[in-house]
Design a protein around this ligand. Structure first.
Ligand code: ATP
Length: 857
């Protein structure tokens, strides 16, 4: 990938790694110095040196007396000809070196040399700045000086060289200069200062009894300079401060008692701190070793300190100071690993998918033997494990840093989250870099990164960081099986749970369609729209009983949804008298949409009568048997309308389609009718303002232009996707990138056949009849011609003894006009009395027997 090829600098370590033995002879000294292996060997030597000194020094503590006169011979005792024998555990060399360090140098403080060699050794060996060399070097130098002088002063006149020659010399001079007392006082203060500087201990002011404390006014603390050993004076001044324990590195902010934060200036000689989260990576995930920053670190501005046992420095509340020079190797990449996908439940989960038993009326008893499809019908498409390629991550990181550097944008932190299809690199720009600038440079940066599918999110909402999404070379298929077996789906109590896909952090994206409440999907052909639709439908089929859900499927292309024909008697709804359950003809689509509008109106009437605000409340009342089925009440299943190619419909029928869709989208939510509309062509004349306004949840698969992306999502980005189910979903005002779950056609077929083989309803769910007014007028309806449903309507009215048009409408699933005409005919035939305004008409025939006699004299 272009990313990998460009970064010259970043390639060096990798190139070094691959150095072949036969080419080693041509290696220059410079290359050798930079070679990672050279550094590791040097590191090992330093570690050995530290251990050698430690043993020699410790042995010297016990053997110095015996060895002293022998080591006075100097280096000659090291010669092979020398037959001097010393007692030091590390022989003549150990004795001589210890003597030089202790006697001629710094006495006991010489142990500091062990620590500095150890630190350098560890850093070089592990190719990481585990300890800060610059900081430790300063502690060691100051410590050498102080401890040798203090030791010499305290042990004045003793034989053992506690302070060494250096300590003795300075101590003597100080005593002459300040006298005994002066020197003692100076050393005491210096010792205290050293401890504060090194460890910044917390000084607790003895706390007052609680009541007094509450009553005491909170004095305003003054800024504290930790370099000057201030905490004591601070205490004296009575400024009651507590230092947050976690801010113990001498650079932390000081919290006021009331919780306010006082920013303190960093110590003068301390370098400014840049916040890094250095995360240990496993195995080959290690960043290529760039030795320069480690060796040259003493001169560098930033500081990484990960001493074991020492708390890592917490993020400063002060803005970080931008680094002087940032090379890609400087920044550690924090890889946020996604949680492992949960284990699949052992059984295929038929039981677990069955919703809880409902009391009283049980809608599922209609088809009591119905079995939910099991997970074994779904395939696991490859391994679900997200593949992290460390070299790819490193190359992309370097490319991003270098590209941004070209635009003078420096970074203080970079982390990576590896998702199924893309990796999100999250960047914290250095202080002073305005995010708007990066936003303006978005196109240029994307161009420089030159990888297909790059999307820049500046800033990531609610985070203040910048996101750069880069496609993975190796993508992971998210199988439907994983999503449906997840706890979140299995135990969801959503009305209409739909498992759409996985987010970048590997989290399953499972939402409730009923809360969306409708969904608009767009994407160029072949980008995963049909797979997306199938994923949604399959989710619903796995969680819903045929009595709870009905699907109205509109498929002008005639092929995509035909697979669902087999579940007609279970889940599909259609117009009365219609042959095909999957609607393909535009004229019939118009009828169906209008029939759905009538169904919606009828349902609203029912809700009104039942005093329920929505379908949930209504169904609850029905289940509790508080609504009388004799009065037309019934358990209302959710209805989901799926339109596969919306553009085709709008092109042929325009407003005739748009109007009922808009009406349903506006009003149908409360009565449990939800719409999913998909289109290949997301242009403004297809997805009009009216449609858009009523579809807050939208999905964009890859589209061909930024304009299309704006039309569907009100934002760019869908044009930069990589296809194959890579998508953006705008939901709850947020745009999220997802990898759509993959469910293949044979899987869907297996599911529909599994359902289709079971006992279903005698016929598919009947939508109300819609009669086109214009068609009716053309027919010139003759009142004398009785409606074919006349007898049925008469029986209904007589049985219920209720002369109500809406009863005919609901029970017989008829539109208002036809029901009205039937009522007129019943009146003319003397079955019911004249209309009485809003009250039901009187029923003039009192028994069924009487009616039979009347109808068949
Ligand atoms: N979520 C996914 N994961 C992996 N591959 C996918 C995914 N979605 C789609 N694909 C791949 O892309 C191909 C095309 O997908 P799909 O048929 O859904 O496209 P489409 O947008 O519906 O096209 P059209 O509009 O022409 O029907 C699939 O056959 C499959 O190989």
């Amino acid at each position: 990938m272009a990313n990998r090829l460009k970064s010259k600098k970043s390639q060096k370590p990798a190139a070094d790694k691959k150095l072949k033995p036969e080419k080693e002879s041509q290696v220059t000294v410079k290359q050798l110095v930079k070679d990672e292996r050279t550094h590791k060997i040097t590191g090992a030597v330093f570690l050995l040196l530290a251990i050698f000194l430690f043993i020699a020094f410790t042995s010297y503590l016990f053997t110095w007396k015996e060895d002293q006169d022998k080591v006075f011979h100097g280096a000659s005792i090291l010669l092979p000809s020398s037959n001097v024998k010393v007692s030091n555990l590390l022989g003549n060399l150990g004795a001589l070196v210890s003597h030089e360090f202790f006697f001629k140098g710094f006495g006991l403080a010489s142990y500091f040399f062990c620590s500095i060699f150890f630190i350098i050794g560890v850093n070089l060996l592990f190719a990481r700045r585990i300890f800060s060399i610059s900081r430790n070097l300063r502690y060691v130098l100051a410590g050498l000086l102080f401890f040798s002088v203090a030791a010499a002063f305290v042990t004045h006149g003793m034989d053992f060289p506690w302070g060494g020659a250096v300590g003795d010399m300075i101590s003597d001079w100080l005593t002459r200069f300040l006298g005994w007392i002066g020197t003692a006082a100076l050393l005491l203060v210096a010792g205290l200062a050293y401890i504060i500087w090194r460890f910044n201990p917390v000084f607790h002011v003895p706390s007052l009894p609680k009541k007094e404390q509450a009553a005491a006014p909170v004095p305003v603390p003054e800024p504290v300079e930790p370099e000057k050993p201030a905490p004591k004076e601070k205490g004296k001044k009575g400024a009651k401060l507590f230092v947050d324990e976690s801010f113990n590195n001498g650079k932390g902010n000081v919290l006021k008692e009331d919780g306010g934060i006082v920013a303190i200036a960093p110590p003068l000689e301390e370098e400014p701190h840049i916040e890094f989260t250095v995360t240990e990576r496993e195995g080959s995930g290690e960043a290529p070793f760039d030795p320069d920053p480690i060796l040259a670190e003493a001169e560098e501005e930033d500081d990484i300190d990960e001493e074991p046992g020492e708390e890592p420095p917490p993020p400063l509340k002060m803005p970080p100071i931008p680094p002087l020079a940032k090379t890609p190797g400087d920044l550690q990449l924090e890889i946020k690993t996604a949680p492992e996908p949960p284990a699949e439940p052992e059984a295929a989960g038929e039981e677990s998918l069955i919703p809880e038993n409902m009391p009283d009326y049980e809608p599922t008893l209609d088809l009591r033997d119905y079995k939910y499809p099991g997970l074994e019908l779904l395939e696991a498409h490859g391994s679900e494990k997200i593949v992290q390629d460390p070299s790819e991550l490193e190359a992309n990181k370097n490319q991003i840093i270098n590209t941004l550097k070209n635009y003078d944008i420096s970074i203080s932190k970079i982390s990576a989250t590896v998702g199924p299809t893309v990796t999100l690199y999250e960047i914290v720009p250095a202080a002073g870099v305005r995010i708007s600038r990066i936003k303006n440079l978005e196109d240029d940066i994307a161009l420089s990164l030159a990888a297909l599918g790059i999307r820049i999110i500046a800033p990531i909402p609610g985070k203040g960081t910048i996101g750069i999404e880069v496609p993975n070379v190796k993508k992971t298929v998210v199988s439907m099986r994983t999503l449906l077996s997840s706890d979140k789906f299995q135990h969801s109590n959503f009305n209409l749970p739909i498992a759409i896909g996985k987010k970048i952090d590997n989290e399953n994206f499972i939402v409730d369609l009923s809360s969306m409440p409708h969904l608009l999907m767009a994407g160029a052909t072949g980008q995963g729209k049909s797979v997306g639709l199938n994923a949604i439908l399959v989710s619903l089929l796995y969680k819903k009983h045929p009595s709870q859900l009905k699907l109205v499927l509109v498929d002008p292309k005639k092929v995509e949804l035909s697979i669902y024909r087999t579940i007609e008697k279970h889940f599909l709804a259609k117009l009365p008298g219609e042959e095909e359950a999957i609607i393909t003809d535009t004229k019939k689509v118009v009828h169906t949409l209008n029939a759905l509008c009538i169904e919606m109106d009828n349902r609203y009437d029912l809700l009104k009568e039942a005093n329920a605000r929505n379908i949930k409340e209504y169904n609850e009342k029905f289940i509790k048997r508080r609504l009388n089925p004799q009065k037309g009440h019934q358990y209302l299943p959710f209805i989901v309308l799926v339109v596969d190619e919306f553009a085709d419909l709008i092109m042929t029928a325009g407003k005739e389609i748009e109007m009922p869709i808009a009406r349903l989208a506006q009003l149908a939510r409360a009565v449990g009718i939800h719409l999913i509309i998909a289109t290949q062509r997301p242009s403004v004349n297809i997805i009009t303002g009216t449609i858009k306004a009523n579809f807050p949840a939208r999905i964009g698969f890859k589209v061909s232009s930024k304009i299309d992306s704006r039309t569907i999502l009100d934002a760019g980005g869908a044009d930069q996707l990589i296809g194959k189910g890579d998508m953006l979903i705008s939901y709850n005002g947020e745009i999220t990138r997802l990898q759509c779950a993959f469910v293949d056609t044979p899987e869907v077929e297996a599911i529909t056949q599994f359902i289709g083989r079971q006992r279903g309803y005698p016929e598919s769910y009947k939508l109300p009849e819609y009669v086109d007014e214009k068609e009716m007028e053309a027919k010139d309806f003759d009142l004398g011609d009785r409606d074919p449903l006349f007898e049925e309507a008469a029986r209904l009215i007589v049985v219920n003894q209720l002369g109500s048009t809406s009863l005919i409408q609901r029970k017989m699933k008829l539109g208002y006009n036809r029901a009205g005409r039937l009522m007129d005919q019943l009146e003319a035939a003397g079955v019911v009395g004249p209309g009485q305004g809003s009250k039901p008409r009187d029923v003039l025939i009192k028994t069924e027997h009487e009616l039979e006699h009347y109808l068949n004299p």
